[in-house]
Design a protein around this ligand. Structure first.
Ligand SMILES: [Zn+2]
Length: 287
């Protein structure tokens, strides 16, 4: 399967800059230094890359200036393949990618890291019935159970997810009502219904403009349409992924991985090429 996909990307490499331009300059070519749309074509490189000259500032930039691809020595079709594979069901590890593209593992890891970094810009605004919860990653628990403890080396990840829809997550340094409320405010449309468990950290949500209902897990797990089963499913999906393809993740990189998982989760119902195009659009965003 992936061999024929590799072949398709390799074969299409002559058209790669056309695709990049279609996507990146949707609103027209604009200067990457001053933002002016008053630009002229300066040079067409033999690879198909266009260089432009700004009439305003007047600097020269190209189709790749200020993207994650700007200084790469790896052919772009290999990047495109990496982005495609990142969007597929289980993603791809640097070891697999290195093997498939015949590059070294360090380069493959750097490619995937840059792709993930571009996903940090992914910030969907959720609406409708939304579940909220937190999970804890890493560290060793010593006798204490439950919510993030100040002294523990675990990292707390707050998440929200629409019923049958999209999710978004954020690392929370210190779990408090204030932090969780502000996380929800930034990621969920005001007026949405929020379902959480009985944890007091969400008590401020009604005051913040949400319709908040909770289920106390000591007594019940579902009351009518109030439950947190969707987000529990998301947490187990993420935990499986962290254990599987990505066996070792530093805290610094955790958010990048989480964004990748969430993006893939949110695109789960889409066709492979639609996922690819959507992910590609993040990698072509100006840094
Ligand atoms: Zn300019």
């Amino acid at each position: 399967m992936s061999i024929s996909i590799i072949f398709r990307f390799k074969k299409a490499q002559k058209k790669i800059f056309e695709k990049i331009r279609r996507m990146r300059w949707r609103k027209g070519v604009y200067c990457q230094y001053c933002g002016s749309f008053s630009v002229e074509l300066h040079q067409i490189h033999k690879t198909g890359l266009h260089r432009y000259k700004c009439r305003n500032c007047p600097r020269i930039f190209s189709d790749l200036t200020k993207t994650i691809f700007e200084y790469t020595k790896i052919p772009l079709w290999k990047w495109f393949f990496a982005i495609y594979e990142t969007g597929q069901k289980s993603g791809i590890s640097s070891v697999e990618l290195a093997d498939k593209l015949n590059i070294n593992q360090k380069s493959a890891w750097r490619m995937l890291d840059r792709i993930r970094t571009s996903f940090l810009k992914y910030k969907p605004l959720l609406k409708g019935i939304v579940e909220g919860d937190e999970m804890y990653v890493g560290g060793k628990q010593k006798g204490h159970k439950g919510r993030c403890i100040k002294w523990s080396n675990k990292v707390c990840v707050a998440g929200v997810v629409e019923r049958k829809g999209r999710a978004t997550v954020q690392i929370v340094d210190y779990v408090s009502e204030e932090a969780l409320t502000s996380f929800v405010e930034r990621n969920v449309k005001e007026g949405s219904k929020m379902c959480t468990d009985g944890y007091g950290g969400y008590n401020g949500l009604n005051y913040a403009g949400f319709f908040h209902e909770s289920v106390d897990h000591n007594r019940e797990f579902v009351r009518g349409n109030v439950h947190t089963q969707t987000i529990e499913g998301l947490w187990s999906f993420i935990k499986r992924k962290l254990k599987g393809t990505y066996y070792k993740v530093s805290n610094k990189n955790l958010l990048k991985y989480l964004k990748e998982f969430v993006l893939r989760y949110n695109m789960r119902a889409e066709r492979p090429w639609k996922r690819f195009n959507y992910m590609l659009s993040f990698t072509l965003a100006t840094i």
